[in-house]
Ligand binder design. Structure first.
Ligand code: GRF
Length: 194
């Protein structure tokens, strides 16, 4: 199946997904797309020979739907079957999400349903949580709320800062997302917990 990965930043999760799809795999990395023309992920994808496209969201101003219509048309033009959001920092509207229902995954740096939204590591530390981690879920219109396909967890250390915790969670993300994508493409929907 043809997989598109959407990024906004450095694309370390994208890199892990691309690496996992090289060789025998049910998915093919057909496109890396970013809303940020300067996203490091675009350069990393191009270095791997993966087609890239930037659709800068800023010229669309408040017209989120116009941006998402171009996004959707671009994915259709590339005959994309599955969308992986990987550090993609635009909230997608319900009409776009409905068009990609059950075909779009996202990785979120918390043990959902805890800490939807931003600043998840800071919030886990502030709450005095002992464990934290990341989740891959199917995207539904409600933010960070779709069925969880997999989670990876770790213990928060007393010495952890939001940055040190984020770095340790990111390592788990790079293990979890490729595993969940492969299972998803193989039609497995039972959860995996690392
Ligand atoms: C990270 O905070 C990660 O937890 C979240 O998006 C951010 C950037 O990830 N998924 P990446 O390095 O661009 O994949």
């Amino acid at each position: 199946r043809r997989v598109a990965i959407l990024v906004s930043g450095g694309g370390s999760n994208m890199e892990a997904l691309l690496a996992s799809m090289e060789g025998d795999h049910p998915g093919e990395a057909a496109l890396v797309l970013s809303n940020n023309p300067d996203a490091g992920g675009l350069r990393r994808a191009a270095a791997r020979g993966v087609p890239t496209i930037a659709i800068d969201h800023r010229p669309f101003g408040k017209d989120r739907k116009a941006f998402e219509d171009v996004l959707h048309a671009t994915l259709e033009d590339h005959r994309i079957d599955i969308v992986c959001l990987a550090g993609f920092m635009r909230v997608l509207g319900s009409s776009f999400v409905e068009r990609w229902r059950d075909r779009m995954l996202n990785i979120h740096p918390s043990l959902l349903p805890k800490y939807t939204g931003l600043h998840t590591h800071e919030r886990a530390i502030a709450a005095g949580d002992e464990v934290h981690g990341c989740s891959v879920h199917v995207v539904i219109p409600e933010l960070d709320a779709g069925p969880v396909l997999g989670q990876a967890s770790l213990s928060i250390q007393s010495t952890d800062t939001p940055d040190s915790l984020a770095a340790r969670v990111l390592v788990l993300e790079h293990k979890l997302y490729p595993l969940v994508l492969r299972r998803f493409l193989d039609g497995k929907t039972d959860r995996v917990d690392l």
